[in-house]
Design a binder for this molecule. Structure first.
Ligand SMILES: Cc1cc2nc3c(=O)[nH]c(=O)nc-3n(C[C@H](O)[C@H](O)[C@H](O)COP(=O)(O)OP(=O)(O)OC[C@H]3O[C@@H](n4cnc5c(N)ncnc54)[C@H](O)[C@@H]3O)c2cc1C
Ligand SMILES: NC(=O)C1=CN([C@@H]2O[C@H](COP(=O)(O)OP(=O)(O)OC[C@H]3O[C@@H](n4cnc5c(N)ncnc54)[C@H](OP(=O)(O)O)[C@@H]3O)[C@@H](O)[C@H]2O)C=CC1
Length: 494
């Protein structure tokens, strides 16, 4: 496939950039719809991500396995897909062509950009600050952890939540901006419900749960240097997250603060800043014994072996925006309309790289998640096909209701609709049911109708709640009985 710069451009009706879940799903959809046309999938990563065993758990909740595979496995399933491992370094939208690192040019009728995102890292470039995004960065993290005694984790989203629970044998100082843990996924009540798990021993076997699974083959395989695809659910299962200590969790939370500055040992000594020991530990290492120190905005300073910046993602748009007039959203994503089209003609985008800029359904919001990457990639493929054939296409049903199933602190967690009352202001009421150590159920109601829910534990309520949200039934007559554990609410609404 390599070609010299002067060589003629390769022509493909459809070209997709990115071998993550969004790009692969998009290419598969196009290849299925146009079996006699070639679809080029250009990717920087040596392995691609494939969805297998897709199961519709309910109308909007889905579970699937994700496997890292060689590109040839995808070509085997879809003989009209050509996987090219070479990063795109330039987009010439006027000429409708992309140029890859190896100098080859690909002309397209329709192009879909699915280059994902990269970790947004505080103090980027500091060798003591690590982000976790792909196989290589996870390995680097594991290497640092193997000899670590203490790590500072910054951020309060998905990665931080997983790390504080999974890390063993290492003290963790967890610095969060919010007052409660996990604010991107749930509220302070749910945080209170989950917190005791951080002090408890981990169960020997993980909780079974119907949700997305992630496998790498060979184990955390890949190859160095390039922009890899994002890790996903269970990414840590193939990794040894044990450090040197003979204990499981040892987490101290510093809430409502940020990192003010990061100091090397000598810098701290020069400034004569006192570092604190690990709270509640008598046998803590001397406070002068660390290679790096983190000063927080609450005035406290802690020494550590390294810092994990689990502070969100930035869409990977650089090679595409140079010289092209894309409409870029505030979060750095390429804006897409309800056909997944960017502002540049014949260019679509899907997954973490894009920002949904259509008027969303009242119960849906974008989050950079695996499920949404799959749904967007698939829908982008459908839209590209429909636009090419000049056929109409309707917004897919999966964008009606936000639905995410995951696992935190060994509990199944299901988020539906406006689960955190996002954008509702004070115009909502909450119904809560909580049994310590077993389940946490929160329903968000507006005008007597359910608009969101958080379900933690094996509540078995997801389908009923999903239906109540989709049909917007007036629930005012039921009042608090809606969550009465002695009432089987499925009987009410069947
Ligand atoms: C540690 C971690 C844990 C996660 N856990 C979960 C979870 O439990 N549940 C969940 O729903 N989501 C989770 N996510 C989020 C999820 O992994 C992402 O939202 C999803 O994988 C995004 O898919 P994507 O295809 O848009 O991007 P990516 O998977 O990032 O793929 C982008 C692809 O584009 C390629 N690329 C980049 N630049 C170029 C270029 N210039 N030219 C060619 N190719 C290029 C890359 O090599 C890659 O193949 C997690 C993410 C991380 C980092
Ligand atoms: N189980 C799951 O579903 C998982 C999903 N993921 C996904 O992977 C991606 C990456 O995860 P992650 O990095 O955790 O990102 P998230 O977007 O989940 O969370 C980012 C966190 O970082 C905080 N933050 C941002 N900037 C700073 C800063 N300068 N100082 C301190 N805190 C800051 C944010 O706080 P604030 O809210 O105050 O801005 C937020 O708590 C996300 O798309 C996430 O959804 C990852 C792991 C598990």
């Amino acid at each position: 496939m390599a070609a010299s710069k002067e060589a003629e451009a390769v022509r493909g009706k459809f070209v997709v950039v990115g071998g993550g879940i969004a790009g692969v799903t998009c290419a598969e959809e196009l290849a299925a719809q146009f079996p006699s046309d070639r679809v080029y999938l250009l990717t920087a990563s040596p392995l691609i991500k494939a969805t297998t065993n897709l199961k519709q758990v309910s109308r909007t909740l889905e579970a699937f396995d994700v496997e890292e595979q060689e590109g040839t496995a995808l070509e085997g399933r879809y003989p009209n897909i050509s996987v090219v491992q070479s990063a795109v370094r330039e987009l010439r939208s006027q000429e409708q062509e992309v140029v890859t690192e190896d100098g080859a040019r690909y002309r397209y009728n329709k192009l879909c950009l699915c280059a994902g995102a990269k970790a947004k890292i505080i103090a980027g470039g500091n060798p003591y600050v690590l982000g976790i995004r792909d196989t290589d960065s996870a390995r680097e993290f594991q290497r640092h952890l193997s000899s670590a005694r203490r790590v500072v984790i910054v951020g309060n989203g998905g990665i931080a939540l997983e790390l504080v629970y999974e890390l063993e044998g290492c003290q963790a100082i967890w610095a969060i901006r919010d007052g409660a843990i996990g604010n991107t996924f749930f509220d302070a009540g749910a945080a209170q419900f989950l917190l005791p798990q951080l002090g408890a021993d981990k169960p020997p076997a993980p909780l079974p749960c119907r949700r997305t699974k992630y496998t790498t083959e060979p184990p955390l395989g890949g190859g160095g240097g390039s922009v890899g695809s994002a890790l996903g659910p269970d990414w840590h299962e193939g990794l040894n997250l044990k450090a040197t200590g003979a204990f499981s969790h040892r987490v101290h939370i510093e809430a409502q603060c940020e990192v003010r500055r990061i100091l090397l040992r000598e810098e701290r000594e020069g400034l004569n800043i006192t570092a604190l020991p690990f709270p509640g530990e008598s046998d803590s290492a001397p406070s002068t014994d660390w290679p790096v120190y983190v000063q927080l905005t609450n005035g406290k300073t802690y020494g550590c072996d390294f810092i994990v910046s689990a502070t969100g993602v930035v869409p990977n748009i650089e090679p595409f925006v140079t010289g092209n007039q894309f409409d870029v959203a505030e979060d750095g994503g390429l804006r897409v309309n309800d056909h997944m089209e960017t502002s540049v003609r014949n260019i679509y985008a899907a997954g973490d790289i894009c920002t949904a800029s259509w008027e969303p359904s009242a119960l849906w919001q974008q989050m950079r998640l695996w499920t949404q990457a799959r749904q967007m990639g698939w829908y982008a493929g459908k839209c590209m096909a429909a636009d090419f054939l000049q056929q109409p296409i309707e917004m897919d049903f999966c964008f009606e209701l936000f639905a995410h199933v995951t696992k935190f602190f060994n509990y199944k967690v299901i988020l539906l609709g406006k689960y955190n009352a996002q954008g509702l202001g004070s115009d909502h009421e909450l119904l809560l049911r909580c049994t310590k150590g077993r389940e946490y159920v929160k329903a968000v109601l507006r005008g007597g109708r359910m608009v969101g829910a958080v379900l933690i534990g094996d509540t078995d309520l997801e389908e009923t709640f999903e239906n109540l949200m989709l049909n917007q039934m007036d629930l005012s007559p039921y009042g608090e009985r809606l969550l009465d554990p002695d009432v089987d609410i499925e009987d009410y609404f069947d």
